[in-house]
Design a binder for this molecule. Structure first.
Ligand SMILES: Nc1ncnc2c1ncn2[C@@H]1O[C@H](COP(=O)(O)OP(=O)(O)OP(=O)(O)O)[C@@H](O)[C@H]1O
Ligand SMILES: [Mg+2]
Length: 289
């Protein structure tokens, strides 16, 4: 009987591992709030879709989500329902503009949300049932780095850290990376410098940041992109329409398209290597509890 159970478990695991080949999980985070994570996650998802990638976008700001606001929709089911009612993830996926599949964060909870180990376990189990259907899962993390967020970061394939050139934003981004490193989060880190006044300002910000992180934390960080401070972004936010769709020729849209060029070819090269890693990390994560 035990043998049979073991064989079955092995089969299920193998099935997941085989189906994981192309799904890349990316968490978008920052130190300081309001630096552009949600706008960049949303428009990056759409830019990936333009390149024929299947994307699922998550608003991980549970209870204070705003992805649905950025696209002018109200989701009937959200992360709050997933966690409170244990709805399946398929039940809460909604379709946004251009058929973007997304999961809203939800609003209106009357307490500060903190993930319990069983919430995280449930989410991750649900996620692993979907990895065969998407090329990318993008997680728009809320501001703040709780222990459960750090645990979640341990499971993803890549981190995208967003900062602006402002010193306060840079020091907070540094602190977030420092915390992740001390928590043994080992996913590769890419930086987006958002709301820059010039490419030079963006490049200088990256150089200084990378130098500090290399020197004191001994972790390499690559530059994913520089996004100018662009009125098209604010206009799009006010019209509740992603800037990539509202104004595809805007400077912000062009820099998003360039980021996708950096992301996709690298994925092609590493696809074979990442096969099954997500599931393995999840298993480790379960054991760690
Ligand atoms: N490149 C840009 N140019 C101009 N304005 C921008 C740019 N990126 C973001 N913004 C503005 O910054 C504000 C905050 O953006 P957003 O909500 O995406 O940040 P966030 O990091 O997700 O915030 P939070 O930490 O609260 O979740 C938005 O109102 C948006 O208009
Ligand atoms: Mg946000």
């Amino acid at each position: 009987m035990n043998d049979q159970a073991a064989v079955l478990r092995e089969k299920v695991l193998k099935k997941h591992q085989n189906s994981l080949r192309d799904c890349k999980t990316i968490a978008v985070l920052s130190g300081k709030g309001g630096v552009g994570k949600s706008n960049l996650s949303l428009n990056l998802s759409l830019a990936l879709m333009k390149e024929k990638q299947k994307v699922l976008l998550f608003d991980m700001d549970v209870g204070m989500g705003n992805i649905d606001i950025l696209i002018g929709q109200t989701a009937s089911y959200t992360m709050v329902d997933l966690l409170e009612k244990r709805l399946s993830i398929r039940q809460i996926i909604k379709k946004g503009p251009q058929d973007l599949a997304y999961v809203a964060g939800g609003t209106g909870i009357s307490f500060v949300f903190e993930w319990s180990p069983s919430d995280l376990g449930y989410l991750i189990q649900e996620l692993s049932s979907l990895t065969s259907q998407y090329d990318y899962m993008i997680f728009d993390m809320g501001a703040g780095m709780s222990e459960s967020v750090l645990k979640f970061l341990k499971a993803v394939d890549e981190l995208i850290v967003v900062t602006t050139p402002e010193p306060t934003s840079i020091t907070d981004a540094y602190a977030a990376i420092k915390l992740s490193v001390s928590y043994s989060v080992s996913a590769p880190i890419r930086l987006i410098v958002n709301k820059t006044l010039s490419d030079k300002e963006g490049n200088d910000t990256y150089k200084r940041f990378n130098q500090a992180v290399q020197q004191f934390l001994n972790v390499p960080i690559s530059l994913l992109g520089i996004v100018p401070n662009d009125q098209a972004v604010q206009k799009a936010v006010n019209r509740q329409m992603p800037f990539l769709l509202q104004n595809p020729k805007s400077k912000a849209s062009i820099s998003l398209a360039e980021m996708v060029n950096i992301l996709i070819p690298q994925d092609d090269r590493t696809a074979a290597k990442t096969q099954g890693i997500f599931i393995r990390r999840l298993k480790r994560f379960f054991l760690e509890r």
